[in-house]
Design a binder for this molecule. Sequence first.
Ligand code: KG4
Ligand code: ZN
Length: 340
Amino acid sequence: MRVLGIETSCDETGVAIYDSKHGLLVDLLHSQVELHKQYGGVVPELASRDHIRKCLPMLDLALKESNTRFEDLDGIAYTEGPGLVGALLVGASIAQSLALALDIPAIGIHHMEGHLLASQLTSKPPEYPFVALLISGGHTQLMACHQPGSYELLGESIDDAAGEAFDKTAKMLGLRYPGGPEIEKLAVKGSADRFTFPRPMTSKPGLDFSFSGLKTFTRNTLAGIEQPSDQDKADIARAFQDAAIDTIKIKCERALVNTRLPSLVIAGGVSANQSLRTSLAQLTIQHNTALFYPELRFCTDNGAMIAFAGILRLSSAKGNNHSIQVRPRWPMTELEKITI
Ligand code: KG4
Ligand code: ZN
């Protein structure tokens, strides 16, 4: 089976082809960072227009680079949601039109399930059941993953997603978009002892997160310093990152203790953060559990995760009427079990 995957949910155009026998054949990515950076964040209309410009040439190149003819494709997977509606519509329209022309299934994929399944794009994938921490620019969720496609929500952010908090904090510090990797770089130069930021929602039981207070704490700390120097900013970046990671670690520990599941899988853009990985590695060693995360290139948005999810969901893909539908909001718990 061979599936083409198209990712256009936000600011990256991803096109990949996955073959169930030969693995990932091609994985092309175009980032819109340069386009959005002057605005300090993603401008949805510009994102849609750029996906339209890039998607078909990338698709053409992906077919050529993988020596794939249209008739070799068994399905076309695309990100159906969650994400920016206009951006999602680009991938959905192309996938549905191509599927109609080729008379093969179009498979709508949940973006966060794609992120989760990216942890399986390795020679040693995690075994079910496990706890998953999904941390991206739009989501922060802890899930009990019982079987492929069967997810139970344990806790989530009640306000900003973790990645969003990194991005907004970075903006306040005058760093470029996307802020997560910038904060990570700057935090290395910062002192761990100068500021202590709160660990929100950790003093009460529960697995929900809140990150908006950390952002406010950053703003107030900055406002208290006259003409902040580079070192001041590095110290703030360090304090913010330490607090965010510590909060995430405390919630992951609770989830592992409560569920008694044997492993923790982290996925989504923020899972690229090295300090977070180190901190969660220590946690899982203490609890005699295993930690899994995707390769760095599969942590942030990519087409490979969508093509791979498409392979897994191809057999249960229902005959569709090729209506172009997207779901800007879509709880992962509504997904159907994957039958392989
Ligand atoms: O998964 P992703 O590419 O897109 C969404 O689905 O949202 O995640 C993007 C988010 C951004 O907020 C970005 O700042 C954050 O992931 N991110 C990081 C790092 N790399 C990306 N956050 C912290 N540390 C990083 N190294
Ligand atoms: Zn994503």
